[in-house]
Design a binder for this molecule. Structure first.
Ligand SMILES: Nc1ncnc2c1ncn2[C@@H]1O[C@H](COP(=O)(O)OP(=O)(O)OP(=O)(O)O)[C@@H](O)[C@H]1O
Ligand SMILES: [Mg+2]
Length: 225
């Protein structure tokens, strides 16, 4: 199955003149894939991630997440898809400062109709998967930037989404920590997580099996290694 299918996707932002952020983008991410999206600033990377993540509706074309066409869905249905089928990681970690690592991660399972005990059990596994076992009870203020981002990644994968979407997850980190975060993503990929990561860092992008380069809202290259 494909985790994500974009077909002829265009996205126009209103304004004078309007901006064509994406033009005729067709892209398939197979289940289990690990894809980096690169390109210069303004090339449409974040727009692609927002459209793939149903955060924005395309102006043209179709989007399928885990085989389901999303364009006819209501905003409520889309937020359901986002909470059960997609995981998000951004440059800012968006962690709750008063909650421990474990509880921040467990909160990724709210509104799933599962017990608090099960949420904590699954959060414990996700925290271990990103190598943060020893920091479970720490609060975000007691963590390094890399550890904060590992926590955010654990929260995004705890519900086992069909697709993990990450927009510049290393943007606030030094280069060694950025490499460490890509190693975490690589290990999650080996365990079966499907990942689309946006980065303007070509060295990090080369660590993934596939890189799609955007320019002016179009796919300029699609390299598989
Ligand atoms: N809400 C918006 N309204 C108008 N134009 C927008 C909006 N969001 C993005 N754009 C424009 O769409 C284009 C693509 O933006 P996008 O944020 O996708 O680029 P990006 O590749 O993520 O850039 P960066 O590397 O700087 O994050 C840019 O020209 C941007 O100015
Ligand atoms: Mg961006």
């Amino acid at each position: 199955m494909n985790a994500l299918e974009l077909q002829g996707v265009g996205k126009e932002h209103e304004g004078t003149p309007p901006v064509q952020a994406l033009r005729d983008v067709s892209l398939t991410v197979e289940s289990g894939g690990f894809l980096a999206v690169t390109g210069p600033s303004g090339s449409g990377k974040s727009t692609l991630l927002a459209v793939a993540g149903t955060l924005e509706r395309p102006t043209r074309g179709t989007v399928r997440v885990a085989g389901t066409a999303v364009q006819a869905m209501s905003d409520t249905e889309l937020s359901g898809i986002r909470s059960t089928g997609l995981g998000f990681v951004f440059q800012q970690f968006h962690l709750l400062p008063t909650r421990s690592v474990l509880h921040n991660v467990a909160d990724g399972l709210l509104y799933r109709g599962i017990t608090a005990a099960e949420r904590l059990e699954r959060a414990t596994e996700a925290v271990a998967a990103v190598g943060l076992d020893h920091r479970r009870t720490h609060r975000p203020g007691e963590l390094s930037g890399g550890e904060c981002q590992r926590t955010a990644i654990a929260r995004a994968i705890v519900g086992e989404p069909a697709l993990l979407l990450a927009d510049e997850p290393t943007g606030n980190l030094d280069s060694a920590t950025g490499r460490e975060i890509f190693s975490v993503l690589g290990r999650l990929h080996e365990r079966g997580t499907t990942i689309l990561v946006v980065t303007h860092n070509d060295e990090l992008a080369r660590r993934t099996p596939r890189t799609v380069a955007l320019r002016d809202g179009r796919i300029e290259r699609d390299d598989r290694r």
